[in-house]
Design a protein around this ligand. Structure first.
Ligand code: GLU
Ligand code: ZN
Length: 332
């Protein structure tokens, strides 16, 4: 039964947010395909945003490669660096003024403080090895209540980073894949919103961008599930409505390590060079995600009716050699 779209219902808006720090691998492709399927099924619109905030790690040729790879897979978007749109610019390095304004607001509300610690200080102060493994130990809050004279003395010697003072309370949210989550906001420690070298943090930039671009659906890899409570705190502090989140599984090798981390993972460029067809990749991705019982050569448009968040595997996906051969014989 076809139903007419409700004109009062806000149109769904999703996004691709590649960091151009390397070539797109099949893990990135899985998240991109699922984000596209979710929004196309909802008849919403998609934004491409290039997340090059960490300029030292990013290169323009990787942004061009990401655009080429997404198009090759059969994924399209409605707004982005080349397409334009009402919510631009769509490249983070061109949005610094917006991040600065957000920091000014947080700062005026007394939610930020300067931190003079080096990585070494933080490692030394962390009593137990715990926290988000990829980010090192949880910041112990050393500078949160520095006496004024000491802060002034330190400020004369070193440029501080800026941290968000996390409140002591629970944060609850419902993830579209992981389900109900309740975490203690303070567990992750006070996080950086601007580094000592002046670079705005991913946490700040992604919230400002998703909010100002009117994103209603964030679908991304499960590696960012632990970042979501911090981002929810920023939405609240900045007075923005948070989008819905869905964190899709990562691909792991049989050794338990992320496929993406092993030699840069399996890139789309490699698969293309080996003669793989894009519909073989999208059909294989849909299979490993849980949307198809068997891999089948299906382009994105034909996968739209099959998209269902509740069918997507909740656990990370262990990709065996036999599964890889079904993607392309060259991977056997
Ligand atoms: N730029 C991030 C990445 O490529 C994604 C950030 C996000 O989806 O929130 O891993
Ligand atoms: Zn500090």
């Amino acid at each position: 039964m076809n139903s007419l779209p409700d004109p009062h219902k806000k149109k769904a808006r999703g996004r691709f947010a590649p960091s151009p720090s390397g070539l797109m691998h099949i893990g990135n492709a899985l998240a991109a395909l699922l984000a596209w399927l979710q929004i196309r099924k909802l008849q919403g619109s998609l934004v491409l945003r290039i997340e090059d905030i960490d300029t030292a790690r990013c290169r323009p040729e990787f942004a061009e490669a990401a655009v080429r790879d997404l198009h090759w897979l059969g994924l399209d978007w409605d707004e982005g660096p080349a397409a334009g749109g009402a919510s631009g610019p769509y490249v983070q390095s061109e949005r610094l003024e917006l991040y600065r304004q957000a920091l000014d607001r947080l700062s005026a509300d007394g939610l930020l403080y300067p931190c003079y610690c080096s990585r070494h200080d933080i490692l030394a102060a962390a009593a137990a090895p715990h926290g988000l493994a990829s980010e090192g130990p949880v910041y112990p809050g050393t500078c949160r209540n520095l006496p004024a004279e000491e802060a002034a003395e330190r400020a004369s010697r070193k440029l501080p980073s800026l941290r968000f003072a996390v409140p002591y309370r629970e944060i609850r949210f419902t993830d579209g894949v992981a389900g109900e989550r309740t975490v203690n906001a303070a567990d992750g420690g006070d996080f950086i919103v601007r580094r000592a070298d002046g670079i705005y943090s991913y946490q700040l930039a992604v919230v400002v961008d998703d909010a100002l671009m009117g994103i209603t659906h964030v679908l991304r890899g499960a590696d960012l599930l632990d970042s979501t409570p911090r981002q929810l705190l920023l939405y609240e502090a900045l007075g923005y409505k948070a989008p819905g989140f869905a964190h899709v599984p990562l691909m792991m090798g049989p050794d338990g390590r992320r496929l993406a981390k092993r030699h840069g993972g399996i890139t789309l460029a490699e698969l293309r060079a080996a003669g793989a067809a894009p519909q073989d990749i999208t059909g294989w991705l849909a299979w490993i995600a849980g949307l198809l019982p068997e891999p089948a050569p299906l382009p994105p448009a034909e996968l739209v009716p099959l998209f269902d968040l509740s069918a997507i595997h909740k656990e990370n996906i262990v990709v065996t050699a036999e599964m890889l051969v079904r993607l392309h014989p060259s991977l056997g």
